[in-house]
Write a protein that binds this ligand. Sequence first.
Ligand SMILES: Cc1ncc(COP(=O)(O)O)c(C=O)c1O
Length: 373
Amino acid sequence: MTASSKFPDRDRTPANASRPTHGGNRNWAAQYANCKPEDILDFSASINPLGPPQSVLTAISTHLDRLTAYPDPSYDRLRAALSDFHNLPADWILPGNGAAELLTWIGRELARLDTVYLVTPAFADYHRSLAAFNAKVVAQPMDLKTPSPQRAIEFPSSPPRKSCGLLLNNPHNPTGTLTPREVLLPYLEQFALVVVDEAFMDFLPLDLQQSLLDLILDFPNLVVLRSLTKFYSLPGLRLGYAIARPDYLRRWQQWRDPWPVNILAEVAAIAALQDRGFQQQTWDWLSPTRTALMEGLQTLPGLTPRPSAANFILVETEVPSSQLQRDLLKSQQVLIRDCLSFPELGDRYFRIAVRLPAENERLLTSLEQILQK
Ligand SMILES: Cc1ncc(COP(=O)(O)O)c(C=O)c1O
């Protein structure tokens, strides 16, 4: 008996390895491209290519001796740093093992309501957390055709929603649409609980952000979710936080394990929040680099990129995106995000992160070669 027939789950050749439902799966891509995972140029996960900041790496390496102690289960220092950063009371902030961990408890909270309206296409993890607690979910499809961000999310009429929840993200992943605050404000009056996932909001300079954070103290039914993963390029460390009424946060704290955030993630987050230089550098990089990438995509046959407020671009494609993905991997070791896990988008779209100018050029050249064949 061969090792692979004895352990069929371990036989993960490209032909049978399951297609990832998240971006950033370099192992899967490397099997397909027949190269090492570190040789993949990854446009599929929307991670800041300027990071992680040096300040964060220094904080991690100078605190390695703290690994011998348990983290502080109340995360007082981290919550104080987040409280300074957002100018909000510390007991309204709950750090978690990535935004994904907090989504689990948000899913459980939402599942207590009659129905959860979910703006679609939706980040795959929303489906996971809502399904885990048998939430009754109603899809609220975005209008992908309208050029107006004001009109992208429109509820048909006004059914009673006082016993319902609403889950959406802003800026929206995967479309990159930034919904203006004034569009969201009425929902705070209409729904029992409104959860706004702002995992990508920090990519916008402060004067352009459309965050609802400054309303949090006035609306007991508002939860805002943030992540340090994307902006500070720390997906492997796992650090996110929820901002909401303290009694929600206390309940979620009781539901979960005592130390979801490890000591190194805690010191890294404190250093990241203080690194104003890195924040400015990221804002200075993103806007012109995204514009140049958009313009490059617009010149390629069969591709229609959508305007984006975030650090990624959704592109409509005449060639099926799964085929483009395969060709890019095989010939160039470049990974883009197909959209097959978003049923509303399917093979007609792919998503790419905005990376460094030279890397974006490599993507454009690779796409050009493939599309001209
Ligand atoms: C919209 C959105 N929210 C939350 C997350 C999860 O972030 P984290 O890495 O902090 O768990 C992601 C990750 O892809 C995301 O795209």
